[in-house]
Design a protein around this ligand. Structure first.
Ligand SMILES: *Cc1c(COP(=O)(O)O)cnc(C)c1O
Length: 450
C-alpha cells in the first residue's frame, strides 16, 4: 500500500528538468530537500490526508501545503464549489459577491473591523507595514528573530543583538537603509522590547509578530504574571503610539475557529491594531488578507492616501475556496484536529524516549513541532534555542518516515500540520512508522548525509 520506492526515478527526472529551468528546481525554497538531502517528491494528486507522487508512492501528509489544507485535500464540497465558480469565469477585475462574503466572514470571526483581500501572506504583511508607517508617520519596524512574515524586504532583515547599530540585511538584495529601519529582537524577550522602545520609541511605527510562532518550529508566547507576550506587546505599542501587528497567516483559522490564536478561552484576549491572514482562509488558493482598526484601515486607497492594489486581489475562485473552507471548519473540525495533534505528538515523544533520543515537543493549539535537541531541554523560548538541534538526527528521522510513507516538513524548524481528513487509518499509519524512524535518528552520526 503506502510504501515508498528507494529510487524515486520519476521525481528525480522531473527534478533534473526543473533545475534546468528554475533556480534550485523549486518555486519556493522550503520545498527543496536542501535541509535533509535527497530528491524532492513531485506530487501528482492528493486526496484527504494522502499525497501521491509521480513514482506511484502514497504518503500521509503532515505538511498540508504548509498549513492551508485544514479540511484535507480535494474536499468534495470545496472542489464542487470551486468547479462551479470556475465555470462562471475566473477573474473580471470588478467587485464580486464571494469577496464580500469572505470579508464578512473574516470580520465576523476576528477582531478586525475592516479587511482588504490580497493574494499572498507576503503581500498582507508588506501592506500592513506600509499602512502602519503611513498611519504613524514613523519608519522603524520591530520584529522577532525566527518569526517569518513572508519575503518582504523590511522583514527579512536580521540585525542580531547589535539592534539598530549593526543592522545588516538578512538577504543580499535588501537595501541597507531598509534593514536599518528594522529592529530584530529575541522572541519572548520583554527586556529587549522595553529597551528598544526606550531608545527608539518615537521612531517605531509598529511591532509585528507571529501570534504563536510556527516558523522556527512551534515556540509559544510566554506568560508573565498572567500576561501573555502578545498582550504585553499590544500594551507596550499603545503606550508609545506604535501599532501592534499580529501576523496570523499561519495560525489564523487553524489554531481555532476564531481567526485569532488565543481566543479559544485558554488565553486572555488582546486586540491587535492590524492583523494578517492567509493560508487556511484561501482554502488552497492564493488568497490572503490584512485588516484591523477602522480608523487605521481608512487610510488605505481609495479612501485614503496609502496605496495598495492587486489585479487578482479578491479573485472569485480563490474567495469561493476560502469561504467554503471557513464555513465547513466547524468546532467539531477543530476538536478533531486537537485530538489528532495530541495523539501524534505523544506518540512521537514516546518513540524518541524509547529510542533514547533527546527531544522536545512544543504545541500551540493544533500546531506542534518536534525539536531533536542536543541534550534534554525543558523548553525552547526563542530562535537561539530552536537552532540548538541535532540536525543529523532530524535528517535520518525525516528519511525513515518518508520511506515508510509519511511526508513530514523537510526541515527541523517547521510545525507539523494535521487536517480534518486525518482519520484513524492515516494516524495509525504514522504511529506505525515512528518507532523505526526514531531508532534511525538514534543511530545517526553527525556529518552523515542522507
Ligand atoms: C506563510 C507565512 C507568511 C507568508 O505567506 P505567503 O503566502 O507564503 O507569502 C507570512 N507570515 C506567516 C506567519 C506565515 O506562516
Amino acid at each position: 500500500m503506502a510504501s515508498s520506492a528507494a529510487d524515486p526515478a520519476a521525481s528525480a527526472e522531473l527534478f533534473a528538468r526543473a533545475r534546468a529551468v528554475t533556480p534550485g528546481g523549486v518555486n519556493s525554497p522550503v520545498r527543496a530537500f536542501s535541509n535533509v538531502g535527497g530528491t524532492p517528491r513531485f506530487i501528482e494528486r492528493a486526496e484527504g490526508a494522502w499525497l501521491h507522487d509521480a513514482d506511484g508512492n502514497a504518503y500521509v501528509d503532515l505538511v498540508a501545503s504548509w498549513g492551508p489544507m485544514l479540511l484535507g485535500h480535494a474536499h468534495p464540497e470545496v472542489t464542487a464549489a470551486v468547479q462551479a465558480a470556475v465555470s462562471r469565469g475566473t477573474s473580471y477585475g470588478t467587485p464580486t459577491r464571494p469577496e464580500v462574503e469572505l470579508a464578512e466572514e473574516i470580520v465576523a470571526r476576528t477582531p478586525v473591523e475592516r479587511v482588504r483581500l490580497v493574494s499572498s501572506g507576503t503581500e498582507a504583511t508588506m501592506s500592513a507595514i506600509r499602512l502602519a508607517r503611513g498611519f504613524t508617520g514613523r519608519d522603524v519596524v520591530v520584529k522577532f528573530a525566527g518569526c517569518y512574515h513572508g519575503h518582504v524586504d523590511a522583514l527579512l532583515a536580521a540585525a542580531g543583538s547589535g539592534v539598530a547599530t549593526h543592522a545588516v540585511p538578512g538577504s543580499p538584495g535588501v537595501p541597507e537603509a531598509v534593514a536599518a529601519a528594522t529592529l530584530v529582537l529575541p522572541y519572548n524577550d520583554r527586556a529587549a522590547v522595553a529597551a528598544a522602545f526606550a531608545e527608539h520609541g518615537d521612531r517605531i511605527a509598529c511591532v509585528i509578530t507571529e501570534a504563536a510562532p510556527g516558523n522556527m518550529g512551534v515556540v509559544p508566547p510566554a506568560y508573565v504574571d498572567g500576561e501573555g507576550f502578545n498582550a504585553y506587546l499590544a500594551r507596550t505599542c499603545r503606550d508609545h503610539g506604535a501599532l501592534f501587528i499580529s501576523d496570523e497567516v499561519m495560525t489564523g483559522f487553524r489554531a481555532s475557529r476564531r481567526g485569532q490564536w488565543g481566543l479559544d478561552g485558554a488565553h486572555e484576549g488582546w486586540t491587535p491594531d492590524l492583523m494578517t491572514f492567509g493560508k487556511v482562509m484561501g482554502g488552497g488558493f492564493p488568497a490572503a488578507a490584512f485588516g484591523g482598526r477602522a480608523d487605521v484601515m481608512a487610510l488605505l486607497s481609495p479612501d485614503g492616501p496609502v496605496y495598495q492594489a492587486g489585479t487578482l486581489s479578491g479573485n472569485p475562485v480563490a474567495c469561493t475556496a476560502g469561504l467554503t473552507t471557513l464555513r465547513l471548519a466547524t468546532d467539531d473540525v477543530y476538536a478533531h484536529l486537537d485530538r489528532t495533534a495530541t495523539v501524534l505528538a505523544e506518540a512521537a515523544s514516546q518513540a524518541f524516549t524509547a529510542a533514547g533520543v533527546p527531544h522536545l515537543v512544543q504545541r500551540t493549539g493544533t500546531m506542534f513541532s518536534l525539536f531533536l535537541t542536543e541534550d534534554e531541554v525543558a523548553e525552547i523560548v526563542d530562535f537561539a534555542g530552536a537552532q540548538a538541534q541535532a540536525l543529523h538526527r532530524f535528517r535520518a528521522f525525516f528519511h525513515a518516515m518518508l520511506e515508510q510513507g509519511v511526508y513530514l516538513p523537510p526541515s527541523a524548524y517547521e510545525a507539523w500540520f494535521v487536517s480534518a481528513a486525518h482519520d484513524d487509518r492515516a494516524v495509525e499509519h504514522v504511529l506505525a512508522a515512528l518507532p523505526a524512524a526514531a531508532r534511525a535518528a538514534a543511530a545517526a552520526t553527525p556529518g552523515e548525509t542522507a
